[in-house]
Design a protein around this ligand. Structure first.
Ligand code: GLY
Length: 283
């Protein structure tokens, strides 16, 4: 496995997938409150803006896969693969209803000529949403979807990097409340659960990181890219959704900020990072 020689988060391909028609009725959700029903029309509009935002980034090719109504959660492609350098580890999603989502992502990654490793061990589970790559190391969240064996397989595949596991409580995935907002900059929510997870990460790491603390856990899920033309680019939740967190994003210097609304997919536990796999083809 070759490590990435490119700067952190320098991507040239984004894989995204259209919404399944079955999403509103059948997507998995922690919050069973049916008042929180997904408005499919609005969800499609928001997803289009997300995809268009990625398309607007020069040098980023967006590969859009069709939705599949037999796979209600298929829009959340992040969970199906972890890609680093020239290697793609296809995951074994923790929810059995999501396992077949991996197939079309596998075909795409094969076409893009990544070295594919499949997680075949039937005792292992791993969702990509639980995997945070900082550029220096991996953190894997042990959650209701990802187990120790899944983390161990990831460590065996990406041997160039340290892999630490952290417990995730109170939310679906590690990245639901913790993502990278820049090189060595960890975005983290303010809940007790988020704080506990961050504490574990920092105590397990040999590297030093700065933190961007967001008042809202949901806002701590943002999408960072490093573009040759624009430098730091951050897709983040809007001021309308999270006004206090938006003020923190505005304080970032030399960033191109792209606010993206995610009110609908959030109802089925979808965050911004869930909706893409970002790759550096030819890294
Ligand atoms: N609805 C997203 C998930 O449960 O995986």
């Amino acid at each position: 496995m070759a490590g990435s020689a490119a700067p952190y988060a320098r991507y040239n391909v984004a894989i995204v997938r259209d919404l399944a028609d079955s999403l509103a009725d059948q997507a998995l959700r922690m919050n069973k409150d049916q008042e929180q029903r997904v408005d499919m029309e609005k969800a499609r509009q928001e997803h289009k803006i997300y995809i268009d935002s990625l398309r607007s980034i020069q040098g980023l090719e967006v590969v859009e896969l069709p939705g599949d109504s037999s796979l209600p959660d298929c829009v959340f492609v992040e969970d199906t693969a972890v890609v680093c350098g020239d290697t793609a580890l296809l995951s074994r999603p923790g929810a059995t209803s999501r396992r077949a989502e991996v197939n079309s992502v596998k075909q795409t990654l094969e076409r893009l000529k990544f070295n594919i490793v499949e997680m075949k061990d039937e005792t292992a589970t791993l969702d990509g949403g639980d995997v945070l790559f900082t550029g220096k190391e991996f953190f894997v969240g042990l959650s209701s979807r990802t187990n120790q064996r899944g983390a161990q397989i990831l460590a065996d595949v990406f041997k160039d990097y340290a892999v630490s596991t952290v417990n995730v409580t109170g939310t679906l995935h590690l990245k639901t409340f913790c993502t990278m907002a820049g090189p060595d900059l960890i975005a983290i929510g303010s809940s007790v659960d988020a704080e506990k997870t961050l504490e574990q990460m920092l105590s397990l790491s040999d590297h030093s990181y700065s933190t961007l603390v967001l008042p809202d856990d949901e806002a701590a899920n943002c999408v960072y890219l490093n573009s040759p033309e624009k430098g730091h680019i951050l897709l983040h939740r809007t001021a309308k959704e999270f006004p206090e967190s938006a003020k923190i994003f505005k304080s970032l210097v030399n960033y191109t900020l792209i606010p993206v609304s995610n009110t609908e997919l959030a109802k089925v536990d979808g965050s911004l990072t869930c909706c893409s796999i970002l790759l550096n083809k030819g890294a």
